[in-house]
Design a protein. Structure first.
Length: 186
């Protein structure tokens, strides 16, 4: 699997994204950003080719699964928006694969890391696998902008309310038990 040319190109595409790494998880290669999985590589269920899983929002997941047989709800994690995407050797659309991988990366990475890849597609889309192993150059990264700090609004002093007057407590006494009336004999 690791020496398959399609996998090598897929892995290079993923490793071109910032702060990514490959780990062997559940017996298959998975790509992580930080400690979170954003895609995984495996055999397509019918063993006719390869597939990768990617996290999308649930609307995208539903639209892709309904419109194209290459897409299926991923096992175990499909309820969270994950999609399995079939890859047939020789018929890959690397532009589409790059867009899906980048979308999955953005959904998992968090805003700081997602801002590092900018608005364009991944750079590794059409490059051969050998040349893509390096991370994106710093010139292609977009620095995350910090929102301007807001000044705290001036607080008005709260008007003092007069203290509530409590009613005096009534003492609670238990009534004395009744004496039992003598029974009449019959």
């Amino acid at each position: 699997m690791a020496d398959h040319p399609t996998y090598r190109r897929f892995r290079a595409l993923c490793l071109a994204l910032p702060e990514t790494q490959v780990t062997m998880t559940w017996g298959a290669p998975h790509l992580r950003v930080g400690d979170k999985i954003f895609t995984g590589w495996s055999r397509w269920p019918d063993d006719d080719g390869w597939s990768f899983n990617v996290k999308l929002d649930k609307d995208q997941q539903a639209a892709l699964v309904a419109s194209d047989p290459r897409f299926a709800v991923a096992p175990y994690v499909g309820k969270h928006g994950w999609v399995a995407v079939a890859i047939k050797d020789g018929s890959e659309d690397w532009t589409e694969i790059a867009a899906l991988v980048e979308e999955g990366y953005r959904n998992i990475a968090g805003p700081r890391r997602a801002a590092l890849i900018g608005a364009g597609p991944a750079t590794a889309v059409n490059a051969p696998a050998k040349e893509v192993a390096a991370k994106r150059p710093a010139a292609n990264r977009v620095a995350a902008k910090k929102p301007a700090a807001k000044k705290p609004a001036a607080k008005k002093p709260a008007a003092k309310k007069p203290a509530k007057q409590l009613a005096p407590r009534k003492s609670v006494t238990k009534p004395a038990p009744r004496a039992a009336a003598p029974r009449a004999r019959r």
